[in-house]
Ligand binder design. Structure first.
Ligand code: MG
Length: 253
């Protein structure tokens, strides 16, 4: 490189650096003016799937005392086995994050809907299907992690029969004004950590024998686990009720 050229390059570099300094000086931080409350501090679980500090523990492997009908199910070795009827939470919940672990029977019996069938009913009537969908074909909107007869999961991430699986569900209950739906129910599901239902808008109750339709109900309802005649196991069930963070100056800045 000639002396002239390198001098010109050095000059150009100096000009760029100077411009950057000017630009930095001119940048003014954007502030929205919105006054947010400070988000509550919550200690997370030790490892993924463990309940955070603000969770309501619905089943810790020891007893089903938080569930109506829980006495019918068998409890052993830190899990519960479906027996003789559905069980429903004694308390009611509206909008929540729900963690459920389940395992379909190791000994494979039956096929289609008759293999490892159970279900997590949000608000007592919107079923996230539990099924052994490992190499077991059925109608797609009835396989594991479907919103029953409304929406198949985006992918099938089922583990083998007998292996523990997780559902992490976010649920926003529908809102009604008299007989009218003013906001449909919304469901998001992660199956074994994989997003399979993304903010799905429920069309109504999930029925076997008729199309989905809404029947107005109070926001807070029980969560129900289904007995479909198969000895599906459950463990580590917890939820967190959702409290939206609310701006302190909704009228403006
Ligand atoms: Mg079911």
């Amino acid at each position: 490189m000639s002396g002239k050229k390198s001098a010109a390059l050095a000059l150009a570099a100096a000009a760029v650096a100077a411009a950057a300094v000017v630009a930095r000086q001119e940048v003014k931080e954007y502030k929205s003016g919105v006054v947010w409350p400070e988000p509550k501090v919550v200690a997370p679980g030790e490892k993924p799937g463990d309940p955070p500090a603000d969770a309501v523990i619905l089943f810790d492997g020891k007893d089903l005392s938080k569930w109506k009908g829980g006495e019918k199910w068998e409890i052993k070795d830190g899990y519960a086995v479906v027996r003789g009827g559905d069980i429903s939470t004694k308390d009611n919940y509206g909008d929540y994050q729900l963690h459920v672990e389940f395992a379909t029977p190791e000994k494979v019996r039956g096929s289609g809907q008759g293999r490892g069938n159970s279900g997590v009913f949000l608000a007592d009537r919107y079923e996230v299907q539990v099924l052994d969908s490992f190499g077991n074909k059925t109608y797609f909107d009835g396989q594991a992690a479907s919103l029953y007869k409304q929406q198949p999961p985006m992918v099938n991430v089922s583990r083998k029969p007998g292996e523990w699986q997780t559902y992490d569900i976010a649920f926003e209950a529908p809102r009604f004004d008299g007989g009218k739906v003013v906001k449909p129910g919304i469901v998001t599901v992660f199956h074994n950590g994989v997003l399979v239902q993304n903010h799905f808008e429920l069309q109504g109750g999930t029925y076997y024998d008729r199309p989905a339709s809404y029947e107005p109900h109070p926001v807070k309802q029980p969560i129900r686990l289904q007995n479909h005649g198969d000895p599906v196991k459950y463990r580590n069930i917890w939820l967190r009720e959702l409290t939206p963070i609310v701006v302190k100056n909704p009228e403006g800045k």
